[in-house]
Ligand binder design. Structure first.
Ligand code: C2E
Ligand code: CA
Ligand code: CA
Ligand code: CA
Length: 277
């Protein structure tokens, strides 16, 4: 009925309606996605610039919806966070990654995986114990799991986040600040957190081989980070020129399509066998 009263904005509003409907569907279907095996994790390597070796993989969530097809994580993770459903995904992801690490270990590969945490994960006082229990069930050691958390997630509740991260850090897990440079916190603030690594956001890295400003920002971030005792990771390394520049700047770890796109778990050991430093 309301439709009849729409005139010039009709098309626009219908686009909005469709968008809204899609969001409602995605939120509604999150639980089924977990239950029906529609989710999986893709793994993207990070390379140590001093050894040329793969030091870790980042686990990135994937969802193929039965009718909507592939849904990008930037879309469904945000929706899950805002609708209060992210715990569902985080729990599935944690258990799934630990099981995968266990599986690789049985095949003779002692691998390390970094997972992405949401704001609600990082303020969850139960997380350290939950992870301890997973380590026990899957026979894992703390060096096998690392955490990536954005500064904005931490800043939502610095006190609670610091407490959780302290406990996880004391357990031996390494913690990285993800998307570094896109938020508003200073390195001084970040240094008060139990942080081991800065992951420079790909927006500064993608064009480092041609954009002087990006190069300047990345160079000074690496220098300041190192002075504070932090390791530096660059994400979004897409070509050899960028990799070369970042190595010369003494960036510790590189990640990006130039090394590999995220891969399904069953491709990892074969890829590692082929990978030559
Ligand atoms: P992120 O943690 O910053 O992950 C990096 C994103 O950059 C990934 O996108 C990755 O596929 C992409 N990427 C990697 N190398 C390159 C490159 O060389 N060039 C370009 N252009 N892009 C590159 P993806 O997989 O679509 O993930 C998007 C975001 O979704 C992630 O950003 C992260 O914030 C979130 N996310 C993914 N999986 C999870 C998860 O399990 N839990 C949570 N809480 N968030 C997740
Ligand atoms: Ca990340
Ligand atoms: Ca990132
Ligand atoms: Ca991001």
């Amino acid at each position: 009925k309301a439709r009849r009263h729409r005139h010039s904005h009709e098309r626009y509003e219908e686009g909005q309606d469709e968008q809204h409907l899609r969001q409602l569907m995605l939120i509604r279907d999150l639980q089924e996605a977990v239950d029906n095996g529609e989710l999986w994790m893709a793994y993207q390597p990070k390379v140590d610039t001093t050894t040329g070796r793969v030091c870790q993989f980042e686990a990135l969530m994937r969802w193929r919806h039965p009718t909507l097809g592939f849904v990008p994580p930037d879309e469904f993770i945000g929706l899950a966070e805002r609708s209060g459903n992210i715990g569902l995904l985080s729990d599935w992801m944690l258990a799934h990654v630990c099981e995968q690490l266990h599986h690789w270990k049985r095949q003779g590969h002692h691998l390390s995986v970094a997972i992405n945490l949401s704001a609600s994960d990082v303020i969850d006082p139960g997380l350290p114990m939950h992870i301890t229990e997973l380590f026990e069930s899957y026979d894992l050691t703390p060096d096998q799991l690392a955490l990536e958390v954005t500064e904005s997630a931490v800043m939502q509740d610095v006190e609670a986040a610091t407490e959780t991260l302290m406990a996880l850090s004391q357990m031996g897990l390494k913690i990285a600040i993800d998307d570094y440079g896109t938020g508003y916190s200073s390195l001084a603030q970040i240094k008060r957190l139990p942080v081991d690594e800065l992951k420079i956001d790909k927006s500064f890295v993608l064009k480092i081989d041609t954009q002087q400003e990006d190069l300047t920002i990345v160079r000074s971030t690496i220098e300041m980070g190192h002075h504070l005792g932090l390791k530096i990771v660059a994400e979004g390394v897409e070509n050899s020129a960028s990799a070369e520049i970042l190595s010369q700047l003494r960036c510790d770890y590189l990640q990006g399509y130039w090394i590999s796109k995220p891969m399904p778990a069953d491709a990892i050991t074969g890829w590692l066998d082929e990978f030559k430093p």
